[in-house]
Design a protein around this ligand. Structure first.
Ligand code: VG1
Ligand code: CO
Length: 531
C-alpha cells in the first residue's frame, strides 16, 4: 500500500513559464518545495484532469534530473496518473519526447531541460510541460500553471521509502500507477526512417567513405546517444572520427550546450582544419541544429528556406505529403517568406517560441517552420550539398543578410527601459545614415486557429529599403535580462551575395545601436554573443 501525504506549502510568485518552460538556477529549484509546488501546479492543470492520465517524463541529462524525476513520480502517484512512460535513464531529447507523446497518444509530457542553458549545481535547470499534440503548452495553459502556483497552499504526494529506479527497460507498479521504462531511441529512429531516405544516405556515406567526412558534435547534451545510433549503427561511420562530445554529461563539460559559432567553436575549428565536408551540432535537449559546410556556415534563417525550397524533391516525407504552408518566428529573416511567395504557399509570422507553431501544424496549415536561433521544423537535416544549395538559393531569391547580437545578464530595469524607449520613439520618416524609417511596430500575434492574442513580442523598426531590426527580451534566461538585437538587410544584387555578413550589415548595426540607444541604457560596448 502506498501512503499519500498532504503537507502545507508557501506559494512562490515567480513560477511563470517563459519562452519554453520554467528555467531557473538549480539553486532556485532546490529551495524548499519550489520544484514540488511547480509539479503540483502542473498536475492540477493537466487537460481533462490528472486522474487516469498518461505522461512521458524525461530530460536532457543535466544536473538535478534524478531529484526532479523522483518528485514527479511521487506527485504523479498522488494525482492518480495511470502511467508514466520513461525513456531509459530518463534521457530523451525534446523532439523525441514530443514524438513519444504523439505516438503513444499520451495526455502530455514533462520534459526536464533548460535546453541551451548551461548545467551543473550552479547553473540552470528547467521544466517544460508539453500537451497532447506533443508541443510545448500554449500560453493559456502556462498561464493557468502560473495562476495555480501563486495560490498553492497544499501539496499531496506519495510517501515512497526508496528511490525509484528507471535504468532498466520494463514495467513496474507503484500503487496503482505503472512506470514503463522504454528504449528512448528506437521510436525516434523509426520516425526518422519514415521522413528521410536512410538507404540513400547510407549508400552515399559508404560509397564516399574516403572522400566525404562528417562530424557530429553532441556538445555533451542528450543527442550524443542518438548520434551514435544514427551515424555509427545505422550509417556505419567510424565512431571516433564522426562523433565528438557524444557522452551526455550533467554539466555539459562546463560549456554552454548551444550550437552556434561561439559555443561550438571546437567543431568549427575542426571542420576548417580537418577539411570536413559536413559538420553539425545540436543543443542540450536536441531541438536546435547548426549546420556547417566545408566553406560555409549556413545561417538558420537561410537553412529553413533552403529546406523548404527543396523539400518536395529531396525529402521523401514531403514528397509524399506535400507542403501545406510555412512559418517562421518574427525575428527570423524573411528568406522563408520569399520561398513561400514564389511557391504560392501560405506563410505565417509567429512570436518567438515553438508553442506558436503547434496550432498551425495541428490545423494542417504549416509543414515546415524555423527560427533564427537554430531550430528547424525538421530535427535532422540532410544537406550534403549545403554550399551549392545556398548559392543556388541566393541566385533565385536574393540574400537576406541576418545577424543576432545577444547582451546577456543585463540589468532588468535597463532592459525594460530600452524597450519602452523604442515604444515611445517618434521617428517614422526620419533618415538615419541613409536608412529611412518606414514603421515602428510593437509585435502582436493573433493566433489564426484559436484567436488568442500575444502582445509585446518585440519591437520592430522597419526601413524603406526593406531592412529592419528587432529588439526583444529573452524568455529563457535564468539571471537578469538578455537583450536580443536582430538585424536584417535584403539584397538582390548578385555582386553582394558573397560579402561577409557582419561587413554587409555594419552600417545598419550602427543605426540600430544609435536608434535603440543600447549603449546608453545598458552600458554595454559589445554583445556577449554574435550569431
Ligand atoms: C530562445 C530563442 C527562441 C527559442 C527558445 C527556446 O528564446 O530565441 O527562438 O524558441 O530560446 O529554444 P528567447 O526567449 O531566449 O529568445 V530552446 O532550444 O532553449 O528550447
Ligand atoms: Co533546445
Amino acid at each position: 500500500m502506498v501512503e499519500l501525504r498532504t503537507v502545507s506549502t508557501q506559494p512562490y510568485n515567480d513560477q511563470k513559464p517563459g519562452t519554453s518552460g520554467l528555467r531557473k538556477r538549480v539553486k532556485v529549484f532546490q529551495q524548499q518545495n519550489y520544484t514540488e509546488n511547480f509539479i503540483q501546479a502542473v498536475m492540477e492543470t493537466i487537460e481533462g484532469g490528472s486522474k487516469g492520465a498518461t505522461l512521458v517524463v524525461g530530460g536532457d541529462g543535466r544536473y538535478y534530473l534524478d531529484e526532479v524525476m523522483q518528485i514527479i513520480i511521487k506527485f504523479s502517484v498522488a494525482a492518480g496518473i495511470k502511467k508514466l512512460i520513461v525513456p531509459q535513464h530518463g534521457l530523451v531529447s525534446t523532439p523525441a519526447g514530443s514524438h513519444l507523446i504523439r505516438k503513444n497518444k499520451t495526455t502530455g509530457g514533462i520534459l526536464l531541460t533548460a535546453s541551451h542553458n548551461p548545467g551543473g549545481p550552479d547553473k540552470d535547470f528547467g521544466i517544460k510541460y508539453n500537451v497532447r499534440n506533443g508541443g510545448p503548452a500554449p500560453e493559456n495553459v502556462t498561464n493557468k500553471i502560473f495562476d495555480i502556483s501563486k495560490s498553492l497552499k497544499k501539496l499531496t504526494y506519495a510517501d515512497l521509502p526508496d528511490r525509484v529506479d528507471y535504468s532498466q527497460i520494463g514495467s513496474q507498479k507503484i500503487g496503482d500507477m505503472e512506470i514503463q521504462v522504454i528504449d528512448g531511441i528506437d521510436d525516434y529512429v523509426a520516425l526518422m526512417k519514415e521522413i528521410f531516405d536512410f538507404d540513400a544516405i547510407r549508400c552515399f556515406l559508404q560509397t564516399n567513405k574516403d572522400t566525404f567526412k562528417l562530424l557530429f558534435d553532441g556538445m555533451h547534451g542528450v543527442t550524443g546517444i542518438y548520434g551514435e545510433r544514427l551515424f555509427v549503427k545505422e550509417f556505419g561511420l567510424p565512431k571516433e572520427e564522426s562523433l565528438m562530445r557524444s557522452t551526455p554529461l550533467s554539466d555539459f563539460g562546463g560549456e554552454h550546450p548551444d550550437p552556434n559559432l561561439t559555443y561550438a567553436h571546437e567543431l568549427v575549428e575542426r571542420v576548417e582544419k580537418e577539411k570536413i565536408d559536413f559538420g553539425a551540432a545540436s543543443d542540450g535537449d536536441g531541438d536546435r541544429n547548426m549546420v556547417l559546410g566545408k566553406n560555409a556556415f549556413v545561417t538558420p534563417s537561410d537553412s529553413v528556406a533552403v529546406i523548404a525550397h527543396y523539400a518536395r524533391e529531396a525529402i521523401p516525407y514531403f514528397r509524399k505529403n506535400g507542403i501545406n504552408g510555412l512559418a517562421r518566428s518574427m525575428p527570423t529573416s524573411r528568406a522563408l517568406d520569399l520561398v513561400a511567395e514564389k511557391q504560392q504557399l501560405e506563410h505565417f509570422e509567429v512570436p518567438t517560441g515553438w508553442k506558436f507553431f503547434g496550432n498551425l501544424m495541428d490545423a494542417g496549415r504549416c509543414s515546415i517552420c524555423g527560427e533564427e536561433s537554430f531550430g528547424t521544423g525538421s530535427d535532422h537535416v540532410r544537406e550534403k550539398d549545403g554550399v551549392w544549395a545556398i548559392l543556388e538559393h541566393y541566385k533565385i531569391y536574393g540574400r537576406n543578410f541576418f545577424t543576432r547580437y545577444d547582451y546577456e545578464e543585463v540589468d532588468s530595469e535597463a532592459a525594460n527601459n530600452l524597450i519602452q524607449g523604442l515604444r515611445d520613439l517618434n521617428i517614422v520618416g526620419k533618415n538615419f545614415d541613409g536608412f529611412i524609417v518606414s514603421d515602428v511596430e510593437d509585435f502582436e500575434y493573433r493566433d489564426p486557429i484559436d484567436g488568442s492574442v500575444s502582445s509585446h513580442q518585440g519591437m520592430i523598426v522597419k526601413f524603406k529599403d526593406g531592412s529592419r531590426f528587432v529588439v526583444r527580451l529573452s524568455g529563457t534566461g535564468a539571471q537578469g535580462a538578455t537583450i536580443r538585437l536582430y538585424i536584417e538587410k535584403y539584397s538582390n544584387n548578385p555582386s553582394e551575395y558573397a560579402t561577409d555578413t557582419q561587413q554587409a550589415l555594419e552600417p545598419l548595426i550602427r543605426v540600430a545601436l544609435d536608434i535603440s540607444r543600447l549603449k546608453q541604457y545598458t552600458g554595454r560596448e559589445k554583445p556577449t554573443v554574435i550569431t
